[in-house]
Write a protein that binds this ligand. Structure first.
Ligand SMILES: NC(=O)C1=CN([C@@H]2O[C@H](COP(=O)(O)OP(=O)(O)OC[C@H]3O[C@@H](n4cnc5c(N)ncnc54)[C@H](O)[C@@H]3O)[C@@H](O)[C@H]2O)C=CC1
Ligand SMILES: Nc1nc(O)c(N)c(N[C@@H]2O[C@H](COP(=O)(O)O)[C@@H](O)[C@H]2O)n1
Length: 221
């Protein structure tokens, strides 16, 4: 399995403002690049915080890229995956539509009625007691044949994936704005590390739109 985390941050490292509304930090060229990364992936993963904030669709936008996937014998869109301990994904969420397969990763704490609602629209994976156990959930995704994984956020999930040692590559578009705010989400939130910080090897730096794309390989821990 190969896990790429891709996100857009402001010049001061924020994913969004303190209102946690969806903000376009990327420009047109970066969104086109993101579409290509999606098209090259077997699954796109987000946390339920992102689903509740953004109601993302997580599909490939360019018809040519979808057609190329069909020609390669793959579904036109990658699978979509939500990490959602308590089954808070709304039943009318865009990611539960028929455009692609969807997996919802739950913990044992997810209420039975929420499981039943979500099971009509998605494959359910249960891993962990109170919170999704990411090592087990990602092992289940791999068993389902999903090898190339793109994670789009948000900050809570990205931190946990680094903590679990599951990230192979980090691609960060740094945009030309300052968002600020101590309560605004950053690339990696959660508890934060105080020692044994994950370290990265810088692979490339590319000017894109009015910002910069940084591509990092994650060192083995
Ligand atoms: N600029 C960008 O590229 C992106 C920005 N965003 C922004 O990020 C914000 C959402 O991020 P967050 O609030 O951090 O939510 P998140 O999307 O990281 O989801 C976190 C939630 O996932 C669930 N979860 C279950 N098991 C977990 C585990 N083991 N580790 C971590 N979480 C687990 C918990 O309910 C937790 O609250 C929104 O403002 C959204 O607009 C989101 C994606 C990309
Ligand atoms: N790469 C990138 N740049 C930004 O500026 C963003 N705001 C995001 N957000 C991510 O894209 C998802 C929306 O996907 P759809 O267009 O609905 O398919 C959003 O939920 C974030 O994960 N990404």
């Amino acid at each position: 399995m190969h896990v790429v985390v891709n996100a857009a941050v402001s010049a001061d490292g924020k994913l969004s403002s303190r209102r946690r509304e969806q903000l376009a930090i990327s420009g047109a060229d970066d969104f086109a690049r993101v579409d290509q990364v999606r098209a090259a992936s077997d699954a796109i993963v987000v946390g339920v915080g992102t689903v509740l904030a953004d109601d993302p669709h997580l599909t490939v936008k360019d018809e040519d890229l979808r057609e190329q996937r069909r020609e390669d014998g793959r579904p036109p869109n990658p699978a979509r995956v939500v990490v959602d301990s308590n089954g808070r994904t709304p039943t009318d969420a865009e990611i539960l539509d028929d455009e692609a397969a969807t997996y919802v990763c739950l913990s044992e704490a997810a209420p039975v009625d929420r499981r039943a609602d979500l099971a009509d629209r998605a494959e359910l994976i249960t891993a962990g007691d109170e919170r999704v156990d990411l090592l087990r959930a990602f092992a289940a995704l791999r068993e389902a044949g999903l090898e190339r994984i793109m994670v789009e956020g948000g900050g809570e999930l990205i931190f946990s994936l680094f903590e679990a040692g599951l990230v192979d590559e980090l691609r960060t578009f740094v945009g030309p704005n300052v968002i600020g705010g101590r309560d605004a989400p950053t690339l990696a939130d959660g508890e934060g590390f105080v020692a044994d910080f994950p370290t990265l090897d810088l692979e490339s730096v590319d000017r894109l739109d009015d910002g910069v794309l940084l591509t990092w390989r994650v060192d083995e821990r």
